[in-house]
Ligand binder design. Structure first.
Ligand code: BGC
Length: 808
């Protein structure tokens, strides 16, 4: 157990630094492994362990690791517009961190939703800096109050993925300050994350990992940040420039651009030894905060309970409460618990997408599919379930229950590592259908790896069998023998994120044996087996869907994106739903009495059939309790009280910032401060930021503001629930600056849960940091007085306007 007096810590740290020679100091400034930092017993520094983040704990393994609780994705959580929700998330993650015995959660992600094409938007809260900063503050405070460090990422301007390791984001200084730095400024000032992660990209010509102006001058200087700045994984490409630019820690390790090269740079006088000491001082302070210095952290007692009833209940509410009712004609929603037959249609109803792809991906104990959730809630006899059209180009890994280990009969597969002569090095049961191959792992030195399993089927069936992961493969199953090569995506992490996959449809019997052998392949990768029922053709699916819709009172069509669109490492090229999903919705809507569409996607999609359907529920990526949460929201057991956190365009190309493809390596943020709703003035998007109907009906009156010289401190309004259900209202306060060239912006909000017929007085504090303007010449902030405040339910539904004068 650590034991030091806070006041004595600087002395303890300086003494520790003084006890190490240069090489030993430098060694501590690069990770020891993928997700761990080196221990140094000589000074009482114990190993620090990290895990992604941001809305689930993956642990040290990239795939096939321990199961842990899968929360709703960041946008779905953000759609609550509730800092209390961010705090609950921190609490859940802190329990998981203790159970996994990790000290650092690599989150929150607080880059902004600049272009809706951004592949990683699902991981970040919003297009709005104030909402992002406030939610990040709740998240960080809550985790750190429980002794778990956070890492606010990615500092800075990592808004899209195309050419992500090299892209140079060209952004004017005012926009950097007023938009992209703001969530970081808020979280650093208000919650003090113990670490910040420097991004892959460049900002105005300089790599983020070497950006002295951003790291040394702004973050550590102006904001007085005393935490640790670590690099994103494999992001550091220099020695001297990064060490002098303010980066404290290179991740991962033990290889990397610092080590001996940094020792030599110090000896050559290119980096001052005091700079090394300062990096180490921050590292030791960080380690002290999580109990890893001086001495060993206290043993943790928490046990993981990702599938305990209270956790499941909580996750269901977190997911359902953030879901957003976009359209609800004639009060189609909520559905009634009893009534006529319901058809549940769509690939996402079975293969529900619970999380986005990339480093944020974790292994949940289960995912409740939407078809199962609705059948459970409405009664299987009332529900008919029909598969939809194809939505993926690459098959996903088999569900663990779809296959069993041929030796033990347990769910999952057998993984056998062999040397070059074919001798078995090791053979293990793995209770998953994907495993990681990493240099220091048990498969790292194998010349070949065999994945074998038997199919679990009730009866003979046409089955899709295949493999995932880059490399050369020999795949065999009854009636199937294929040799194939799957290629990795370029760049670091290319074998991990977006693994290539191939499947073959063959008639199979229960117990059929699948063997897949892959030869040694340099580099990290995730490999796995594919085994699932062969899907119907799109034409068959549409025919079956319309037939089922004709027989039902309500057709619930579930559509969405998959991890092929919403993932780290790649941006979208269109917001159109993949495959023939739009056609499916239209075909169903044309024949169904009533059509409800559930969209299983985190970030804007095109909804061209909006006028043809009766209701649309935006369900996000709902996490492990997905199906139960959708059922709770559709039935109104939990109000889907979400409000959009990003503006939805009506067509591809529409919106202030669209392109994410750099030109000659440069991505120019030409829209400047007009990001998201701020850039839509004078035009109508499909849905405004802040839109969401919930199940309530509201009257707004008696608005008042407390303001001085046009700067609002708070706004208050009375809201009356004139509907017939208890509902949560989110009162949003926007400011229209007196300078007509300045965009409208969100300056505050507050939520209230109100019973039917009751009135609540809602008071929204207004943040000063969005009512100021950066002066690049004087390098200082000036107040930005407002002409009026708009009290709104989203920018498309402004209820009251409050003029401000010089006096108020
Ligand atoms: C991501 C980070 C993540 C890191 C470690 C990188 O690819 O950009 O967000 O924390 O990997 O997995």
């Amino acid at each position: 157990m650590t034991g030091y007096d806070e006041g004595e810590l600087p002395i303890v740290i300086d003494k520790a630094i003084g006890a190490l020679d240069l090489a030993r100091k430098v060694r501590l400034l690069t990770g020891a492994a993928m997700f761990a930092l080196p221990a140094e017993p000589a000074i009482g520094l114990s190993e620090v362990r990290m895990s992604d983040g941001p809305t689930g704990l993956r642990g040290a393994e990239l795939a096939g690791g321990r199961k842990s609780c899968l929360l709703p994705n960041a946008t779905l959580l953000a759609q609550h517009w509730d800092v209390g929700v961010a705090e609950q998330v921190g609490e859940l993650l802190a329990d998981e961190a203790a159970a996994h015995d990790v000290h650092v959660v690599l989150g929150p992600t607080i880059n902004l939703h600049r272009s809706p094409l951004g592949g990683r938007l699902f991981e970040a809260f919003s297009e709005d800096p104030l909402l992002s900063g406030a939610l990040a503050t709740g998240y960080v405070r809550s985790l750190q109050a429980r002794g778990v460090a956070t890492s606010a990422k990615h500092f800075l301007a990592n808004e899209s993925e195309t050419e992500r390791f090299t892209v140079d984001c060209a952004i004017d200084e005012r926009t950097v300050r007023e938009l992209y730095l703001l969530p970081f400024e808020m979280v650093v000032t208000d919650a003090h994350p113990w670490s910040v992660m420097a991004a892959y990209n460049r900002v105005n010509g300089t790599p983020a990992t070497e950006h002295g102006e951003l790291i040394n001058d702004v973050l550590k200087g102006e904001w007085d940040y005393d935490g640790l700045v670590m690099s994103d994984w494999f992001a550091t490409n220099s020695t001297t420039a990064s060490a002098n630019g303010g980066l404290d820690l290179v991740m991962p390790g033990p290889e990397g651009p610092w080590g001996d090269a940094l020792v030599a740079a110090v000896e050559a006088g290119e980096v001052a030894e005091e700079t090394i000491d300062e990096h180490l001082r921050r590292l030791l302070r960080f380690a002290a905060r999580i109990g890893c210095f001086p001495g060993e952290p206290a043993p943790r007692t928490a046990s993981a309970t990702p599938d305990s009833p209270p956790t499941r209940q909580r996750l269901r509410r977190l997911a359902a409460g953030g879901m957003t009712v976009l359209v609800n004609r004639d009060e189609t929603l909520p559905l009634t618990a009893s009534g006529g037959p319901i058809a549940v249609i769509g690939r996402h109803a079975f293969d529900t997408v619970a999380q986005g792809g990339g480093s944020a991906q974790i292994r949940p104990p289960h995912v409740v599919g939407i078809a199962d959730g609705l059948s459970g809630a409405l009664g299987a006899e009332r529900v008919s379930v029909v598969d939809g059209v194809e939505v993926r180009t690459r098959p996903i890994a088999a569900l663990p229950d779809a296959v069993r280990d041929p030796e033990t009969g347990e769910s999952g597969m057998r993984v056998t590592a062999r040397d070059a002569s074919g001798q078995v090095l090791e053979s293990r049961h793995v209770d998953a259908t994907e495993v990681e191959v990493v240099e220091d792992g048990w498969l790292g030195s194998a010349a070949s790896i065999e994945l074998s399993a038997e199919l679990v089927l009730d009866a003979p069936a046409r089955t899709r069998i295949g493999v995932r992961g880059p490399g050369r493969w020999e795949l065999t199953a009854p009636g199937l023998r294929e040799e194939l090569e799957l290629h990795r995506s370029p760049g670091p992490g290319g074998g991990l994120h977006r693994p290539p996959a191939r499947g073959f449809d063959v008639e199979q019997s229960p117990g059929a044996r699948i063997n897949a052998v892959t030869r040694a392949d340099s580099g990290m990768r995730i490999i796995g087996l594919v085994a699932a029922p062969a899907p119907p053709s799109d034409d068959e699916a549409i025919r079956a869907a319309t037939a089922a819709a004709c027989e039902s009172e309500v057709a619930v069509v579930v559509v969405g994106f998959t991890q092929e669109q919403e993932t780290e490492g790649v941006d979208k090229t269109t917001l159109a739903l993949p495959g023939r999903q739009d056609e499916l919705v239209r075909a169903v809507a044309a024949v169904a009495e009533r059509t409800v569409v559930v969209v299983n996607a985190a970030t804007p999609a095109l909804i061209p059939w909006i006028d043809d359907v009766d209701a649309v529920l935006w369900a996000g990526l709902p996490g492990q309790e997905a199906g139960d949460a959708v059922a709770a929201a559709l039935l109104g057991e939990v109000e889907p009280a979400g409000r959009l956190v990003t503006t939805f365009p009506a067509a591809d190309g529409d919106g202030p910032a669209w392109n994410t493809t750099p030109t000659d390596g440069v991505l120019t943020y030409a829209e400047g401060g007009g990001v998201g709703y701020r850039g839509w003035a004078g035009r109508e998007p499909l849905f405004w930021f802040g839109h969401g109907l919930g199940y309530g009906t509201w009257r707004y009156e008696s608005a008042e503001a407390v303001a001085e010289h046009g700067i609002a401190r708070s706004a208050r309004v009375e809201v009356t629930n004139i509907g017939d259900r208890t509902s949560r209202e989110v009162v949003q306060v926007y400011a229209r600056p007196a300078d007509p060239d300045e965009p409208i912006r969100l300056i505050g909000w507050a939520g209230a849960r109100v019973e039917p017929g009751r009135t609540a007085t809602v008071e929204a504090p207004c943040d000063q940091r969005v009512q100021r303007r950066w002066d690049p010449e004087q390098r200082t902030w000036n107040p930005l007085p407002n002409a009026e405040l708009l009290i709104a339910r989203g920018l498309g539904d402004v209820r009251l306007t409050l003029p401000l004068t010089e006096e108020n």
